[in-house]
Design a protein around this ligand. Sequence first.
Ligand SMILES: [Zn+2]
Length: 483
Amino acid sequence: MVEKKEALVTEITPRSEDFSRWYTDVVRRAELADYTPVKGCMVIRPYGYAIWELMQAALDRRFKATGHVNAYFPLFIPESLLRKEAAHVEGFAPQVAWVTEGGGEPLEERLVVRPTSEAMVGTMYAKWIQSWRDLPVLLNQWSNVVRWEKVTRPFLRTTEFLWQEGHTAHETEAEAQAETLQMLAVYKDFAETELAMPVIDGRKSESEKFAGAVRTYSIEALMGDCRALQAGTSHHLGQNFAKVFDVKFQARDKSLQYVWQTSWGVSTRLIGGLIMTHGDDSGLMLPPRVAPHQVVIVPIPRGNWQETVLPRARDIQAELEGVGVRVMLDDRDAHTPGWKYAEWELRGVPLRLEIGPKDIEKSQVVLVRRDTREKSPTPMVSLGDRVCEVLETIQASMLERARHFCEAHTFRAATYPEFRKLMAGRPGFVIAPWCEEDACEAQIKADTQATIRNIPENGDSTGQACVRCATPSKVEAYFAKAY
Ligand SMILES: [Zn+2]
């Protein structure tokens, strides 16, 4: 049994040794996802899907609270619709999958498998929106999309992935802009509150914006290997799509106007972000709010434990479930407690509850935190309240730890030699003044592999010179090497 435990631990490559292998080891050993015979497509296994369902619920709640409703649009989009918006089709063309045949017959018009749904949504909005009274339209869709990828990694980049896409239409530019920023704030709140993943929110540079958008905003998180991960985007589409799809409405002054639109999305990529923000050499570490099992109960099998310990363990399970805690009772006979500890640590369960004959004598259990490994004997009296408190503490301290990591890996550079010296390694975020010229940004990328992640609203570049070209800077940008 001891050998089994050791064998289990060595199954994961240490994070410090090879982050990328550690990541795939965790994904597979924690049974989050698996490879399939379809190149670039993964199975999300039940444990991974349970995390996604918790994320979905937390997001959906926020979407509904801000007035949105869910709908569903088709998987296929006729080629002619996608071609209508030039920048949009140019951006997505290299990545789309085509359907050319159906029911054994060649199709008259090819269909694309949706890479995103702006074209379909625009077409339908043109039918549904006639008057200012029909506005705003605030829809969200939970769906899959397909973007053909050459190099794939589970959750981070796969050919097919799950996501949500919000699509809204408004009377005025100001309303659309407010919606774009509102959803960016929703994503930030979700990432930090639910995933304990601190993010930088800001505007994307022109070169990094969504194909067809006027402005794109993103949230960016820093992973454990100091690469940035784009964790969500919110786009102000202006009237670009409205004009090509002819989404017009009669305004309050009786004039005919084009609607102002937004779209916004997050995907199963967030599961990758969760793994890389919190995981350690022992495996996954889940924040309680998105942990399928928040507590695992491991009974200590001494003497006639099935008659003594197990019934108490079941009572505790019922008590905790009664106060809304998600509990797994690991009563499997075939494994030692030590094996179970390592297994549930690997799968990231935030809190372990050990109970044996001696604990029962003392009317206590032992709680062990996944994040700090701290062990605390805890009285059985009002255990439910205590467990809820500890889970909240874990949630908060995981966010705190991630925030501290992000701050410790955020630097400023005023000159190009300074910037290049930092970017020779993988520092994390580097904040630098920038002139907002595409060519300058491209040169920085060519020199250092770093890209502009985003430009936060509160940056102040007054009186500074662009970090590369030394012309007066316009903004302060967050640079990083990214996934
Ligand atoms: Zn410049």
